[in-house]
Ligand binder design. Sequence first.
Ligand code: RIB
Ligand code: CA
Length: 314
Amino acid sequence: MESQRYILDCDPGHDDAVALLFAAKFLSLVGITTVFGNSTVDNTTRNALAIVESAGLTIPVARGLSAPLTGEIHSGESVHGKTGLDGANLPAPSMPPITGNAPDFIIDSARKLDNLSIIAIGPLTNIATAITEAPDIKDRIGEISIMGGSTTFGNATPAAEFNIYADPEAASIVFASGIHIRMAGLNVTTTFGIARSQVKKLQDADNLLAKEIGGALNYYLQRQTKIYQREFAPIHDVCAVIPYTHRDLIRYADMHVDVECNGTLTRGQTVCDQRGLFAGEGLTTPQPINTAVAIDADGKTIVQHVMASLLSYP
Ligand code: RIB
Ligand code: CA
């Protein structure tokens, strides 16, 4: 049987950078697609190319969409800085992205490859565009594992997590697509991260890439402390990779999830129907299950694996 293949759709972004380097250690990534989000798509594409090249990886990078399907662009600059990866001084990439945009790369890959799944760790604009332009690929994509949403609080607003809030219409299309979704939301991804001492270990490393990622995470941790009073750097996006590399480290519950697109206070909220979790007599979720939602994680072990992978690059 052919081994599982993956596309990583991302908006690097500090935690995207960690997720990309971690995923590349364990998974067969057929391509990286970039999207606006933490920064402009020019910046996220440049950052993805720089990370791939500095890590000595040979994974094609396809540039994605620069704005949401509808609505305004919400910037991630307050957390990730003007470049989208402030604190890292990676050499400028020498290679350009491949020709053709991210949705076309996703469509072509899905039509060509069996056993393809997508790991989406930014706004879902590329994915929604691809499945709208080519509905036939919905039956060819095994699963979409996202970092996004939440069963509880938001970060972009009290109700909405950034990736969903950045393009609620795209997220709604993806959750309603019929493709099985695996969702790692803030309710889990904010419960652990890379500690200050571990960031320092990366900064003091001899290997260049670990040192630069350490510099980036040091900047990111400073922003996390200032904005959220956090003493660790949450690695939200890695949680969308873990189910394919270390399945037992995150626990999931099956739910129906939909996205609120019209609420004044709740636009971008992932509405997770948890009634099936308290399945008392007759109390069952009346909606079809479309998502495996992360409800718990062994954060300490995840961070150990992430640190080992980052320190293993030259
Ligand atoms: O809310 C966290 C998400 O928003 C992560 O994907 C982070 O990279 C930002 O894009
Ligand atoms: Ca991201």
